[in-house]
Design a protein around this ligand. Structure first.
Ligand SMILES: Cc1cc2nc3c(=O)[nH]c(=O)nc-3n(C[C@H](O)[C@H](O)[C@H](O)COP(=O)(O)OP(=O)(O)OC[C@H]3O[C@@H](n4cnc5c(N)ncnc54)[C@H](O)[C@@H]3O)c2cc1C
Length: 451
């Protein structure tokens, strides 16, 4: 038996596409390689699911073609998303424009989507990984991993490596068989490469390539940055507010953000770092050297910082330079700022020369950190890059390369900033793709009533 629409991937965009297609009257099958749907949704917003944001602007979405993203988002915007989820039962709760379900449980979002899929008669095939697609129509070939039967499990043991060298559950756990599903239309919603433990392992790019689609190199985004600086270990664990700019060695500003920074033993984290990470990742990938300039007192000009230091020195009779800084920054930050200036933290503050005070002020305003890499895809919340949007119709999400093939979600070359924008992208693109794929093309007789 064939379906009108097959959807590969039961994440946010896949579930939205399934509902939209089924609401158009199509029969729908969702194929998911994990044992259940929506695993990544469960992890979003620290388990609370920041599912959209009231503040929307082009800067919240990044892509090689931002106009494409904005057109899709206009097609199914935040207000429609909120109304869609309210109709399903999600009562939204707002915090500074960020929207969460009032239950503060991401599981509620998965639950309402699954209840709607059930109401609409959407079929699901779990533990099936789409490995190949052939034509005519779409023959979707999957690898079906069959968990061992209970009695088999018992016979094998508890899953740990047996001391007598017996095979374990993990060695023998899955029987694999090949399956085929047939459909007139296919929507690929397999996500990117971020957090592959939640299912998105990049296999969707290979499927897109079967239809000659171009893949913009996938890179980790919304991710921490690594640094080779020796001071990272000293600063590890310190959190402080600041303005951070990422630059190339040619002095080009890549991106700038303000907020709470978290120093770690490998480098730096925090929301502003996550926001700029995709630009750092791209620049590093293109062979540039990247460094951060951190302004630790962004509310003050350099002149005001010098005056502040002068005043503190005036009040610091008998104190060392390090002691003069107590109460201004975390003591580890003060120590590193003085060291990076090339001064002795034990030097008497009153003996600091003007140029030394200016040098400390410059460190405060432009603290440098070299960046060697991003953390891995495993630590990333999203993927920058993906299927090139120039090859996709912005109204329907249909491929311009292959009729009846559609794409949605993170698999495409669109990534959002922190704040609910990635899920909004998944909902908007999933909805448009599902609606277009699910639309039945009526014959002339059907649409006119002619006999
Ligand atoms: C920890 C974390 C927290 C986040 N928090 C937020 C947040 O609060 N707000 C926000 O907006 N965004 C958040 N994001 C990002 C957001 O979750 C994703 O951008 C979004 O879920 C992507 O949806 P998707 O449907 O495109 O892909 P995914 O959710 O990745 O779904 C893809 C699905 O396809 C399946 N699949 C993959 N390949 C195959 C195959 N070959 N065959 C069959 N199935 C396949 C996968 O198993 C998976 O279920 C977060 C991400 C992470 C990792």
């Amino acid at each position: 038996m064939g379906y009108d629409v097959i959807i590969a991937g039961a994440g946010a965009s896949g579930l939205m596409a399934a509902i939209a297609a089924a609401r158009m009257g199509s029969s729908v099958l969702v194929i998911e390689q994990k044992e259940k749907a929506g695993k990544k949704i469960l992890a979003t917003g620290n388990g609370k699911c920041n599912f959209t944001n009231l503040v929307q602007s082009p800067e919240c979405y990044r892509s090689d073609d931002n106009a494409f993203a904005m057109s899709v988002l206009d097609g199914f915007d935040t207000q429609r998303t909120i109304a869609f989820f309210e109709e399903l039962g999600i009562c939204p709760k707002e915090k500074n424009g960020y929207l969460y379900p009032n239950s503060e449980q991401a599981a509620s979002v998965v639950q309402v989507l699954m209840m709607e899929c059930r109401r609409l008669g959407v079929d699901f095939a779990y533990n099936e990984k789409v490995i190949h697609i052939t034509e005519p129509y779409f023959t979707v070939i999957t690898e079906h991993r069959i968990p061992p039967a209970a009695e088999n499990k018992k016979a094998i043991g508890n899953g740990k490596k047996g001391s007598k060298g017996k095979r374990t559950v993990s060695d023998t756990v899955m029987n694999i068989e090949e399956k085929r599903h047939f459909a007139k239309k296919l929507i690929l919603t397999t996500g990117g490469c971020a957090s592959s433990k939640l299912g998105s392992d990049g296999s969707g790019y290979l499927l897109a390539k079967l239809f000659d689609h171009t893949i913009i190199k996938p890179l980790p985004a919304l991710v921490q940055l690594k640094s080779p600086e020796n001071y990272c270990r000293t600063l590890s664990g310190v959190r402080m507010a600041g303005k951070v700019g990422a630059y190339t060695n040619k002095g080009m500003l890549l991106s700038e953000e303000t907020g709470e920074l978290i120093f770690t033993d490998y480098g730096i984290s925090g929301i502003p770092i996550m926001q700029i990470s995709r630009y750092a990742a791209k620049a590093l990938d293109q062979g540039n050297k990247v460094f951060l300039k951190i302004d630790l007192l962004p509310q003050k000009t350099i002149g005001e910082v010098i005056l502040l230091l002068d005043r503190r020195i005036g009040n610091s009779i008998g104190k060392t330079t390090e002691e003069m800084m107590v109460g201004l920054f975390h003591h580890k930050v003060s120590y590193i700022l003085i060291k990076e200036t090339g001064l002795d933290p034990m030097k008497e503050a009153a003996k600091l020369k003007d140029r030394e005070i200016e040098a400390i002020a410059m460190q405060i305003k432009e603290f440098h950190m070299r960046i060697s890499d991003t953390n891995s895809f495993e630590n990333a919340q999203v993927t920058a890059g993906g299927v090139a949007t120039a090859e996709i119709n912005e109204k329907t999400l249909e491929s311009k390369r292959r009729k009846n093939l559609y794409f949605a979600g993170e698999l495409l070359d669109v990534d959002g900033t922190c704040g609910g924008y990635n899920l909004q992208w998944a909902w908007s693109s999933g909805y448009l793709a599902g609606t277009a794929a699910g639309r039945k093309r009526h014959s002339f007789e059907e649409s006119t009533g002619a006999k």
